[in-house]
Ligand binder design. Structure first.
Ligand SMILES: Cc1cc2nc3c(=O)[nH]c(=O)nc-3n(C[C@H](O)[C@H](O)[C@H](O)COP(=O)(O)OP(=O)(O)OC[C@H]3O[C@@H](n4cnc5c(N)ncnc54)[C@H](O)[C@@H]3O)c2cc1C
Length: 356
């Protein structure tokens, strides 16, 4: 939004972040060993929105990367989302796609009124696969049993009866060639944009004058939690560099079992294509404490967010944006799409003139 307001509409923008760096959660950096890692866990760019690709391509070239994930289940590594290979490997079978379909249909438990995440998965693949792949992972990830979570959390998890093993179905799947931080640096390299880091907006609020505020922090925090706290799930990251060229066979391995505390391990060189004698990996430990990462999708939280939204309507000079401002699980492409639309809306409302 800063880039568009500055470059397209000639506005002067002060971008404030309380962290010591730009790029938000997409921030990547070279660690002490010179390996490019993602400080806030693996970020993989995928989208069907050509407009978003066109926009970002002004600031980066791309490296094709098709994401695949394995899960460690019963001492084996098998593809997720569950596919034909998963079933055949797990049960030592040699099913055809048609047979796999029948295999799942025989196990799926029809559920008349699908309400929770558990209902969705048990209704699709049955209880055994649900327990092997979803129950523990979800309990670790969300700190709640799938039976307590809204069906939206797992309803987007596909199950395949072919050997297709791509994690995402999107047309465009690439990584920014020189990394996300470099892409954002180019975006912000405009004379009308000033960047102020290590600064909470609240610290300077009284000291700067502005016509328009775009707030990408948690909406409840902006209003001093006056209606109560919007719950978030957080993550702790354990970054390690190993004195070996490879650690695992692809970028991400999931650990659904509750026997270990981490949910997944990422090895960055697969994402970035970097050649290096050592390799860097990250363990993710979900937690209630820490930075707000995942809005928790439960009806009561959506209700509370709506009440904050109603408060926001009384402040037309503030636009709430992004994952935290919208209290929605947005991927990067969705956030970029939202940003481009919001700028257009602001430009129209404020009758901003195009400067380029
Ligand atoms: C572990 C993890 C993995 C992910 N993987 C993917 C992926 O593979 N693909 C994908 O597309 N998306 C992924 N995402 C989502 C991606 O991180 C978000 O879509 C994106 O970061 C949202 O951008 P944003 O600007 O809304 O928020 P953020 O990136 O969270 O940026 C908000 C910024 O606002 C700052 N801020 C907040 N409050 C204040 C304040 N009061 N004062 C000053 N600064 C403030 C924060 O410090 C932060 O830097 C992942 C997210 C996580 C947590």
């Amino acid at each position: 939004m800063a880039e568009r307001l500055a470059a397209q509409y000639g506005q002067r923008v002060l971008l404030v972040d309380r962290r010591s760096h730009i790029a938000g959660n997409a921030y990547d950096e070279y660690n002490a060993d010179g390996i490019l890692i993602h400080r806030y866990g693996p970020h993989i760019f995928h989208t069907n929105a050509q407009r978003v690709v066109d926009y970002l391509s002004r600031f980066t070239a791309w490296r094709p990367y098709r994401h695949r994930v394995l899960a460690s289940v019963d001492g084996m590594l098998v593809p997720v989302p569950i596919n034909l290979t998963t079933l055949n490997r797990l049960y030592s079978l040699d099913l055809s796609p048609e047979e796999a379909e029948a295999f799942l249909a025989a196990r799926a438990e029809p559920i008349a009124n699908v309400r929770t995440s558990e209902d969705v998965v048990v209704g699709k693949v049955g209880r055994e696969l649900y327990e092997k792949f979803f129950r523990g992972y979800t309990r670790k990830q969300w700190g709640m049993d799938p039976s307590e979570l809204d069906r939206s959390v797992t309803s987007r998890v596909p199950v395949r009866t072919t050997a297709e093993d791509g994690y995402f179905n999107d047309e465009f799947q690439c990584m920014p060639l020189e990394g996300y931080t470099r892409m954002f640096e180019k975006m912000l390299a405009h004379p009308n944009i000033k960047v102020m880091l290590n600064t909470d907006f609240k610290e300077i609020r009284a000291e700067v004058s502005f016509r328009k505020l775009i707030y990408t922090g948690p909406i409840d925090e902006y209003f001093d939690h006056c209606l109560g706290k919007l719950p978030y799930r957080s993550l702790a990251f354990r970054h390690e560099t190993l004195d070996q060229e490879r650690f695992q066979s692809l970028a991400v391995v999931n650990y659904p079992s509750e026997d270990v505390r981490h949910t997944r391990i990422t090895e960055y060189k697969y994402l970035t294509g970097q050649q290096h004698a050592k390799t860097s990996i990250t363990y993710e430990y979900p937690s209630d404490e820490g930075d707000p990462y995942y809005p928790i999708p439960r009806p009561a939280n959506a209700e509370l967010f709506k009440r904050y939204e109603a408060l926001a309507e009384a402040h037309p000079e503030v636009t709430f944006a992004g994952r935290l401002g919208s209290y929605r699980y947005y991927n990067m492409d969705q956030v970029v799409a939202q940003a481009l639309s919001l700028v257009e809306r602001i430009a129209e409302r404020e009758a901003l003139k195009q400067s380029a």
